[in-house]
Design a binder for this molecule. Structure first.
Ligand code: ADP
Ligand code: MG
Length: 227
């Protein structure tokens, strides 16, 4: 257990800057998109060009939206969230992507019902980001294990994959903005996840070995445990 590496603090000014830029980019982007659609309708140009333009605009929009999470300093909403339901939802959302690689996702829930307090959408986003990374890191026919545990007022949800894994150097860079090893990655998922979990009074731990796999543990304070 002692080999877990803590990664929480990694951005502040960079995050604020990114969120500011993202905010400034979104409005002009919306108007650009509108005009590209107009050009598409009004002029006889090959639709393949406008399709590319619209796709690329959507990608910029997606990156900007991811960054905008950083602009919200406080948890705006406080929901009471049933952990097991949240985990089930997230697994459901990634089932298609997992099926395409014949990956099975196993869920071991805690035998009592655990309730968290926080922003349900944000927490869901964190679990999606981390489970998605596990799916992307895994090869065909692999298994991903999602396990819930509770110890002294804290819940730990660990997501273990048998995927590519990471060197120590890589692990130490997680959470840096735009740090990605993927061709179509944004390198923003973990930075945003660290931020959200920190705001919820928790932390994210990584244990990884190159070529063997990775375990990511999301720790959060428990609001309530019931049967
Ligand atoms: P993205 O997924 O867009 O690349 P993330 O912030 O989600 O951005 O992840 C950053 C990087 O961390 C990934 O590109 C990958 O190199 C590494 N990573 C994250 N999770 C895992 C994992 N489960 N196994 C191996 N590498 C991982
Ligand atoms: Mg990711």
């Amino acid at each position: 257990k002692e080999e877990y590496i803590r990664r929480t603090e990694k951005m502040n000014i960079v995050g604020q800057l990114a969120a500011g830029v993202a905010h400034e980019i979104r409005n002009p982007l919306t108007s650009l998109k509108g005009f590209v659609q107009l050009i598409d309708q009004e002029y006889q140009i090959d639709p393949k060009y406008t399709t590319i333009m619209l796709d690329e605009l959507d990608r910029i929009h997606f990156v900007a939206s991811e960054l905008l999470v950083l602009a919200k300093p406080e948890i705006a909403v406080k929901d009471t969230i049933a952990l097991t339901d949240l985990v089930k939802d997230v697994i459901g959302l990634l089932t298609m992507q997992a099926m395409m690689k014949s990956i099975s996702i196993e869920h071991v829930s805690f035998n009592e019902e655990i309730k968290l307090e926080g922003n349900a959408n944000q927490l869901k986003q964190v679990f999606i980001n981390i489970l998605k990374n596990a799916v992307e890191a895994s090869g065909e026919n692999a298994t991903i294990l999602v396990q819930e545990n509770v110890t002294d007022g804290k819940v730990a949800v660990s997501i273990s994959d048998q995927g590519v894994g990471m060197s120590e150097e890589r692990v130490s860079r997680l959470g840096e903005p735009f740090y990605t090893s993927k061709t179509r990655g944004t390198g923003l998922g973990l930075m945003i996840s660290f931020r959200i979990i920190k705001e919820h009074g928790g932390e994210i731990l990584f244990k990884s070995k190159e070529g063997t796999g990775t375990t990511v543990t999301i720790c959060l304070p428990v609001h309530e445990v019931s049967r």
